[in-house]
Each structure stands twice: as C-alpha cells, then as structure tokens.
Design a protein around this ligand. Structure first.
Ligand SMILES: Nc1ncnc2c1ncn2[C@@H]1O[C@H](COP(=O)(O)OP(=O)(O)OP(=O)(O)O)[C@@H](O)[C@H]1O
Ligand code: SF4
Ligand SMILES: [Mg+2]
Length: 344
C-alpha cells in the first residue's frame, strides 16, 4: 500500500503589505498612500493551483509582483522553500541574493510582450533568462530554445521570427516557454488567458495543466474569470480592497461561499453560455469598491455589505478558520452562510 504524502508548502506569505506613496507637485511631496495589499497571509503548496480572484483594483497584480520580487513589500514576509527544504524570506534579499530564486519563481503576463523589446527575436526573448541566469550562449542556447518552443506546441523554426508575426495564443505560448526556460517551481500567472478567445483559452489552459503535471509546478493563478478559476484551481483566495477575505478549496468555495463578498462575486459572475465565443467580461457589483487611499473603518466591505451591523463599522474582522478548513474574514460568516442562495 502506498501512503499518499501531504503536499508540502512551497511559499508562505505572511502579513504582506504593499503601500504606494502618491506624491504631487514638483517637490514630489507624499500626499497620500494607497494600501494595495494589507496584512495578506496564505500558503501555496507544491504542485497546486491557487487562484486569486476579486474585482479590478483589489490588489491581485500587486500581490503577484511582490511574490516574484518586482515590488519590495512595505511589510511582512514572502518565504520560499529552497532546494534544501528551508524557508528563506525573499523580502530583505539583495538583487544578488535573490538571483537563485528568480529562476524558481517566474511570472506570465496578460500580454507577454508589452514590456519587452519588439525588435527581439523569439530566440532572444526565450533565451534571455537562460543567457542572464545561466550564462548560456551559441548552439546550446539555441537548442534549448527550440526544445522549449516544441514543448509549448510551436515549431522550433519560430525561434528566428519576431513576436508581432504571431497570434495571441502563439504569443502566450512563447511567454510560457520563456517562463519555463529556467525550470521554475512556482509560476505566477496574471490574467494570462484573459485576452484570448474562449477556444484558444482552453488550449493554453490545457498546456499549463500538462506542464504542471510534467514538472510539478505550482501556479498562483490571478484571474477575474470565475469560470476558468472553477475549472483549474485546487484552492481559491478571494481578495477585497487589498485584503484576503476568504480562502477555500475550490469546490467548497463555489458550492457554499461563506463571505458576503464571495457570495456577491459569484452571483454577479457572468454565466458561461455553452458554445459561446468571445472574451470574458470583468465582474461588476453594486456600489463602489473601497478607496484604498481612504479606507472605510472596521470591515472594509461594510459600506456594500447587505449583512452589515453596527459592529462591522468599527471592528475589522480577522481571518478565522472554519471546520471545513477554509478561512473567512467576517464576524457573522457561519450565520450568513445559512442564508438561502436566493437571498444573497
Ligand atoms: N505602481 C503603482 N503605483 C501606485 N498605485 C498602484 C501601483 N500599482 C497598483 N496601484 C494601485 O494599487 C491598487 C491595486 O492595484 P492592482 O493592479 O494590484 O489591482 P488588480 O486586482 O490587479 O486589478 P485588475 O483586476 O484591474 O488587474 C489600485 O488602487 C492601483 O491603482
Ligand atoms: S464583517 Fe460585517 S460588513 Fe464585513 S462582511 Fe461580515 S457581515 Fe459584512
Ligand atoms: Mg491586475
């Protein structure tokens, strides 16, 4: 009999905060700060897909960028399990100290080429991390790029071409090949299929699934598309106004959302129409998203919450563990979860 081992934690994010200073005037005085992430804690396990959902501006991209080291968080820690099994906090590391982790944690973007030089060939684009991180060049570099192209379902001859010549789906495959080049253990995918037509989305998602199985990669999958999230996730983290409000196994979250924000998000999500083509839409809920430069008191969701009571205006709810293993930040989650779906 084989004993199924529990997957180990790969990433532990603890009390992560990221505030941006907003300045104005030619002296650049700071006149306010935007708390894009506030006190966010969660873990990502080896080889799992943890999705992060929430309305536009709730801090998903900022969270991803803090994890891959594009932003240095203003508080908290991002602990990554090294090859030796020990956790290292990446936040205080210098650029040189961060180098070994940069190859293990990679990011895929919505448009993989928006921030890259359009005059670079596919060989240069996919080869860049191999050249910089591994010092590869010449024939070995070319061979590795061709191997990566073939792994993502593209012909090796594409190496000599330029990205503008490709369709959205092909460009995203090239972005995936670039992310895969250094054999990462964690990939942060930020809205990586959102700009693609539904049929192409499915192909790219299948590719990500195959790669995950083959290489045991964990994904932090940032998306506003709940249909995709339901399909591909092991667990789902729901963010509101820079904070985590619920984190649960995917089935538990969709079958029985407990936080009023999760409930509203699920009920507002556009239902998939069988056979429909086209791009998915952003979620719209009633009321304004909390202003991160001027946050409400107490529970950040209280101005929009149909269950809010006096306590909610003064007392910010902490994340609490529920008997089924999920965590929820709402004072009245157990009671509210009993509310019939039609009343949500
Ligand atoms: N570099 C920055 N400087 C100042 N404010 C920023 C910066 N990046 C993000 N913000 C602010 O932080 C908040 C969170 O933004 P973020 O892009 O992380 O949200 P998001 O959940 O990814 O949204 P979307 O779904 O639209 O991609 C927003 O209020 C945004 O204006
Ligand atoms: S704590 Fe209060 S305002 Fe916040 S989600 Fe729960 S019921 Fe709504
Ligand atoms: Mg974003």
């Amino acid at each position: 009999m084989t004993v199924q081992e529990e997957p180990q934690d790969l990433l532990r994010v603890r009390n992560l905060s990221m505030s941006f200073a907003l300045s104005k005037g030619f002296l650049g005085r700071v006149h306010s700060t935007v708390d894009a992430n506030a006190d966010v804690s969660f873990t990502v396990k080896e080889s799992e897909t943890l999705s992060v959902v929430g309305e536009s501006g709730c801090g998903k991209t900022t969270l991803g960028r803090c994890i891959v080291g594009m932003y240095r968080p203003t508080g908290g820690s991002v602990e990554f399990r090294g090859e030796d099994g020990r956790f290292v906090d990446l936040v205080p590391l210098s650029t040189a100290e961060m180098k070994p982790y940069r190859s293990q944690i990679r990011m895929i973007f919505q448009d993989p080429f928006s921030s890259l030089n359009p005059r670079m060939s596919v060989l240069e684009l996919i080869g860049e991390p191999l050249r910089i991180q591994r010092g590869m060049s010449g024939r070995p570099l070319e061979d590795r790029v061709v191997e990566l192209l073939e792994r993502v379902g593209l012909p090796g001859s594409y190496a000599q071409r330029y990205p503008h010549a490709f369709s959205g789906g092909e460009r995203q495959r090239i972005g995936i090949a670039r992310a895969l080049a250094l054999n990462p253990r964690l990939v942060v995918a930020d809205e990586c299929v959102s700009a693609l037509d539904v049929s192409i989305q499915a192909q790219v998602l299948n590719l990500l699934g195959e790669i995950q199985k083959e290489f045991g990669i964990a994904y932090l999958f940032i998306s506003h598309d709940l249909t995709v999230v339901r399909h591909i996730s092991d667990r789902v983290a729901v963010m509101y106004a820079g904070t985590l409000v619920e984190l649960a196994d995917v089935k538990a979250l969709f079958d029985r959302p407990m936080h009023p924000y999760t409930q509203a998000l699920l009920s507002a999500a556009p239902r998939p129409v069988p056979g429909a083509r086209g791009k998915s839409r952003r979620i719209r809920l009633e009321g304004e998203v909390a202003d991160l430069a001027n946050k409400p008191s107490g529970c950040l969701f209280h101005p929009r919450c149909r269950h809010a009571r006096d306590r909610c205006k003064v007392d910010a709810p902490a994340l609490r563990a529920m008997p089924d293993g999920r965590t929820v930040a709402c004072h009245f989650a157990e009671e509210i979860a009993q509310t019939p779906a039609s009343d949500v």
